[in-house]
Design a protein around this ligand. Structure first.
Ligand SMILES: *[C@@H]1O[C@H](CO)[C@@H](O)[C@H](O)[C@H]1NC(C)=O
Ligand SMILES: *[C@@H]1O[C@H](CO)[C@@H](O)[C@H](O)[C@H]1NC(C)=O
Length: 679
């Protein structure tokens, strides 16, 4: 693709004005839902999480502190460890031109489980990255102070990712003080390995995620476990004025030992490819990857990789989620074409598809049974030709395309930062992948794919101060599912659903939330994953068909008196952003656009009240799902015009009557049904 193509794309991008993406059905304000918070005064940057599901402990790495919190209730702190920079190191760091108050501190960046008793931890330590072993029994550091170069960035502002696989640490970070030397490395006592320091291998990468995908146990090909890295880097293959960013997936093999002569102590299995997340017919290109989650579930044939993306020039605020199946990724690495650099006009290099002969064994492939049968027992035996090829051709020409060839979700006016995905079985047996996606404004979106579209069940304001969510973690232990979100100011624990907020069957079903079902006998909406047994009469319909609901209306009346000519305020609140409020007066739809009325968010105002305004007012919520309309009466107000002598008034007086015996007053009788009504 050439320069002009990208220009055309961005030209169009600026003009995108149509509304993109589904509207979240419910918006939960911060104070509306019960969340658990953790933060300590004087402590900031709660950026690194590690969850121990068997111990029910959430470890949190912040600036100069590591906490152990009760994962069931994070407000309960079990341990804390201060890990401060020495005075001497701080001064030296400041001399090198870094800020003593902010940069020259210790930001915890690696928090990995080594074994039952130790965590492996690394911090930036005033631009001298250091790693140590945290004893979980005493909650103290071993004092090893290992050099953390290549495992942890020097600069707290730089990107990093790591994963622990069989007691070996794999990390993506930068290797020097300036942050100019990127590296993907394995830290192990037997065979430490790293990437070549060369532009074709890594070109100013911004690391976002790493994880292991184990080889299929039932397969007979003897394949190796693979470690995948996700990052955005500056493109070498496209020419562009300025830097064009490209989202990448890279992978290495777990049993890689490096080469004997060529690629000594370097990966022999490092390959990378472009991840595609575009909408071709709208010319939208999402080329910055912000986070990844790999969904691995026993009910899945193969893992699915979910990524959140934004465009490089994001002046309209677009975000997208793309999903990739693992077989597509493996196909690109095991069968795809490679790219090769060619020199044109003396000094200028151009990357083109390599169509020549490919050495055998295939460059970058893991050692499997086929290689072993040809006597290549380890990467140390690989022929120079294969190794030289992979050294020069780490980039694949073929790209990884998303499932369905387009994003799962595109949303406007939001910047998505992190993603986690839960796989749940609805009551009727259908499986849904529930995506939880955080924003840079402290909110969380919960979405499911449904038929050909996406439904955003809810948007929850996890942080009251609208700051960016930087870390998101899901605990999906049986019967106990929580989300943990981290920001600069603290940690929030949230349940995965707020079923008990739905007070009618219609509301519970219209939520289309696979975690929630209506229990008719108890008349309550419940989280089915917290129940020990599922009963057959529970009502749930992810399609949103609420016809099997039979909600009873509980009547409840209130009286108000009003002065003639005054204004009445009839309250009615409606939670669903997908529903419409309709007011009825004496069974006819009220023309609220007339100047006599004003429709507010949670009320109807009627001005200049007179005799003709007495009667029954009903507030209805109408929600359309797949051409079916469900309406519920949210509130019923009876307005009665009465001539009142002297100062007789109803029980609640809105406007104090005067001494005049001839005042006409309005008497309100308000019928409240059981549906949510504004307080
Ligand atoms: C740490 O948090 C502060 C706000 O408390 C923020 O300004 C700063 O950028 C954060 N630093 C890093 C490295 O995330
Ligand atoms: C993986 O995704 C590709 C592209 O959408 C599709 O053709 C293929 O059938 C998928 N494979 C599986 C096993 O789902």
């Amino acid at each position: 693709m050439a320069l002009c193509a990208f220009y055309a794309v961005w030209g169009l991008l600026l003009k995108v004005t149509v509304a993109f993406g589904p509207v979240p059905r419910i918006t939960w304000e911060h104070r509306e839902v019960q969340l658990i918070h953790f933060h300590e005064s004087e402590v900031s940057n709660y950026s690194t999480f590690l969850l121990s599901e068997d111990k029910d402990v959430l470890y949190v790495g912040a600036r100069e502190v590591i906490f152990a919190l009760n994962a069931v209730n994070i407000a309960e702190k079990q341990h804390e460890l201060h890990w401060k920079v020495t005075e001497d190191k701080r001064t030296k760091c400041a001399v090198k031109g870094k800020s003593e108050q902010t940069e020259c501190r210790n930001y915890v960046r690696v928090l990995q489980q080594l074994n039952d008793t130790f965590l492996y931890v690394c911090g930036t330590n005033a631009f001298q990255p250091t790693c140590d072993y945290l004893n979980l029994i005493s909650f103290e550091l071993g004092g090893k102070n290992e050099d953390g170069k290549g495992r942890c960035p020097f600069d707290p502002a730089q990107s990093y990712t790591s994963v622990m696989v069989d007691e070996e640490l794999y990390s993506g970070t930068s290797y020097n003080f300036l942050g100019s030397e990127p590296i993907i490395s394995r830290h192990s006592h037997q065979s430490p390995l790293r990437t070549e320091y060369a532009i074709p291998w890594l070109n100013e990468p911004n690391f976002v995620f790493a994880d292991v995908i184990r080889a299929d146990q039932n397969s007979t090909d003897g394949e190796d476990d693979k470690i995948y890295f996700f990052f955005t880097e500056v493109s070498v293959e496209y020419e562009f004025v300025g830097k064009l960013m490209i989202p990448r997936i890279a992978r290495v093999c777990k049993r890689d030992q490096g080469g004997l002569r060529t690629l000594q102590k370097k990966w022999t299995s490092f390959l990378k490819a472009r991840l595609i997340c575009t909408i071709p017919d709208k010319n939208l290109i999402f080329n910055i990857i912000n986070d990844v989650f790999i969904l691995k579930s026993p009910t899945l044939k193969e893992p699915v990789i979910y990524g959140v993306f934004t465009p490089q020039l994001n002046n309209v605020g677009l975000s997208a989620v793309c999903a990739y199946n693992l077989s597509t990724v493996e196909e690109v690495f095991s069968k795809g074409k490679y790219m090769q650099s060619a020199t044109v006009e003396q000094s200028h290099t151009k990357w083109v598809r390599y169509n020549g002969e490919i050495p055998n064994p295939r460059p970058g492939a893991c050692i499997n049974n086929e290689a072993r049968a040809s006597n290549y027992m380890s990467s140390l035996n690989l022929p120079d030709k294969t190794l030289q090829f992979v050294k020069d051709h780490p980039l694949m020409d073929d790209s990884v395309t998303p499932m369905g060839d387009r994003p799962r979700l595109v949303k406007r006016d939001v910047k998505y930062t992190q993603i986690v995905v839960d796989r749940v079985r609805a009551l009727n047996g259908t499986i849904y992948d529930v995506m939880f996606i955080s924003t840079d404004r402290g909110a969380l979106h919960k979405a499911i794919s449904y038929e050909n579209g996406m439904h955003i069940i809810e948007e929850t304001q996890l942080f009251p101060n609208f700051e960016a969510i930087q870390t998101l973690l899901l605990s999906s232990k049986k019967g106990r599912r929580y989300l943990y979100a981290g920001s600069n100011s603290g940690v929030v624990q949230s349940p995965v659903a707020f079923c008990d907020k739905y007070t009618t069957c219609v509301d519970c079903v219209l939520a289309r939330d696979p975690y929630c079902a209506w229990k008719p006998l108890e008349a309550s909406c419940t989280d089915t994953f917290k129940e020990s047994e599922i009963e057959r009469n529970w009502i749930q319909n992810i399609g949103g068909d609420a016809s099997s609901c039979s909600d009873k209306v509980r009547e409840n009346s209130l009286q108000h008196t009003f002065k003639h000519g005054s204004t009445a305020e009839l309250k009615c609140s409606q939670k669903s952003n997908l529903a419409q409020v309709v007011w009825k007066f004496k069974d006819d739809v009220l023309r609220v656009e007339s100047p006599k009325y004003r429709l507010l968010e949670k009320a109807l105002l009627i001005f200049n009240l007179s005799e003709g305004d007495s009667g029954v007012y009903q507030c209805l919520s109408e929600e359309k799902v797949k051409n079916k309309k469900f309406s519920q009466v949210l509130a019923k107000h009876v307005l009665e015009l009465k001539k009142i002598q002297h100062t007789t008034v109803g029980p609640t007086t809105a406007v104090a009557p005067t001494e005049d015996s001839e005042i006409t007053q309005l008497l309100f009788v308000t019928n409240l049904c059981s549906v949510t009504l504004s307080g």
